[in-house]
Design a binder for this molecule. Structure first.
Ligand SMILES: Nc1ncnc2c1ncn2[C@@H]1O[C@H](COP(=O)(O)OP(=O)(O)OP(=O)(O)O)[C@@H](O)[C@H]1O
Ligand SMILES: Nc1nc2c(c(=O)[nH]1)N=C(CO)CN2
Length: 162
């Protein structure tokens, strides 16, 4: 199997938020290339829920796009995630944002992730670890961020994943 490089978005707004993000980092320890700072972000989508902690991982390994999805889902399970309402509270969310060179329209694995280009909770931490990041079909992350309201996005320098 060829080596692929993927960008993964982590999110948590239920229980020990930092602990769940750390669990994800540990789960990808064998393939980690970069870990972003942690951000506290106001919820988008469903806004009557607690703030999220978000971070981005860059990973690389002998794993295809489905493998990245499965590994993320296994960690969500391990974090006791209950699939409840769309965009609702969760202990751990692992989204596959991009896998280099891969586009997919399969609803089980849309690539690039269809929300990535408009979510500050993804783009801001991603830019910290990859300043030239681009969302295929949408352009450079830095240009996309320039058009977003960043009022609800706070870098938590006191929280670290590394
Ligand atoms: N790029 C992707 N990364 C992760 N899951 C994806 C992706 N594309 C499609 N999915 C599918 O989305 C389904 C629902 O995922 P999930 O419950 O995490 O959605 P959500 O986090 O509420 O919404 P969103 O995906 O907009 O953040 C999963 O069953 C998964 O197969
Ligand atoms: N700020 C923020 N809001 C969200 C997030 C998230 O990770 N960060 N994830 C959601 C579920 O997909 C819904 N809303």
């Amino acid at each position: 199997m060829p080596v692929t490089r993927a960008v993964l978005s982590l999110g948590s707004n239920l229980g020990d938020r930092l602990g769940y993000l750390r669990m994800a980092v540990d789960g990808f320890a064998d393939v980690l290339v970069a870990v972003s700072p942690v951000y506290e972000t106001a919820p988008w989508g469903v806004t009557d829920q607690d703030d999220f902690l978000n971070a981005v991982l860059i990973v690389s390994g002998d794993v295809d796009e489905w493998g990245w999805l499965r590994r993320g889902q296994a960690l969500e399970q391990a974090a006791g995630r209950v699939r409840d309402r769309r965009w609702g509270p969760r202990t751990l969310d692992v989204d596959v944002v991009t896998v280099d060179g891969v586009r997919s329209t399969d609803p089980e694995l849309l690539l690039p992730h269809p929300g990535a280009h408009e979510r500050a909770s993804v783009l801001v931490p991603w830019l910290d670890v990859e300043p030239d990041a681009a969302v295929p079909g949408h352009g450079l992350a830095r240009d996309l961020v320039a058009g977003l309201d960043l009022a609800g996005v706070t870098r938590r320098v006191d929280l670290s994943l590394v």
